[in-house]
Write a protein that binds this ligand. Structure first.
Ligand code: ZN
Length: 264
């Protein structure tokens, strides 16, 4: 007896629509997740080792989903949290800008049972409030407070969020539970750049405009960093980098220690 393959076509939802084309959860008026659509499209169109571009994704899923690289980066971050390895040009210089390689396919995020089994730790509103209050209402990375402009960007307005000190996949691997001490206050900008991603080439002009505003000395330093492929940091920078990722209590102890010097 011939097998009815349409019933076994895993690329389609129970209602017959391809997973990546679903706008609503089958049998419900709830929107179908954009991360799930992206994951499904990659899964069924690319083999491990193949590459894809932002434009391919945009053509397949529409500009509403793949419009802003910032949004796409957030989706990719979620996928990376659930086992996907999608290196970009930043991780692998042999890739062209805007191109990603499918190195590991992770959780099949469009399937409810798989998604639920790997649900990323999400903080409650209460946790967010406590963490932000504990951290003095400032981004622990750059020091900006909610609503403040970033230095040199008078029109900007920082938004605070919270992020993990230890990445949650590492926590999970250790079998550790999520814990309020592992959250820290980050502004949206630092939260975005701490982990992933090249700025989208669309923003090149903005980057250039910013570079143009630097003084001569800063331009020389920037050139050096770009040629080396890394930012050189002073001992003071390094001490700050390490100090700011201590737990809140450890940081308080360090502050107490340093305060002693001011009074000597
Ligand atoms: Zn920040």
């Amino acid at each position: 007896m011939p097998v009815d393959t349409s019933e076994h076509d895993e690329s389609r939802a129970p209602n017959g629509t391809y997973w990546w084309e679903l706008t609503h959860r089958p049998g419900s008026n709830k929107p179908f997740g954009q991360t799930a659509r992206i994951a499904a499209w990659i899964w069924f169109h690319k083999d491990v080792g193949e590459t894809f571009t932002m434009n391919e994704l945009r053509d397949a899923l529409g500009p509403d989903i793949v419009g802003k690289s910032e949004h796409l980066n957030r989706r990719f971050r979620t996928l990376r949290e659930v086992g996907w390895v999608l290196p970009s040009n930043k991780d692998d210089g042999s890739l062209r800008p805007d191109t990603y390689r499918v190195q590991v396919k992770g959780v099949r995020y469009w399937l409810d049972e798989e998604r639920k089994a790997h649900k990323p730790f999400r903080p409650s509103a209460r946790t967010r409030r406590i963490v932000i209050e504990r951290d003095g209402g400032r981004c622990v990375v750059c020091g900006v407070a909610a609503g403040e402009p970033y230095p040199g960007e008078p029109d900007s307005k920082a938004r605070l969020t919270i992020g993990h000190r230890v990445p949650q996949e590492r926590l999970r691997a250790r079998g550790a539970a999520d814990n309020i001490d592992n959250w820290r206050t980050e502004c949206a900008q630092c939260n975005e750049t701490v982990r992933d991603e090249l700025p989208d080439p669309d923003q090149y002009d903005e980057v250039l405009a910013q570079v143009r505003r630097l003084n001569k000395e800063s331009k020389t330093v920037l050139l050096d960093w770009l040629q080396r492929g890394e930012r050189t940091r002073s001992n003071l920078d390094r001490a700050y980098d390490r100090a700011r990722i201590l737990t809140h209590n450890e940081r308080a102890d360090l502050i107490k220690y340093l305060t002693g010097f001011g009074q000597g």
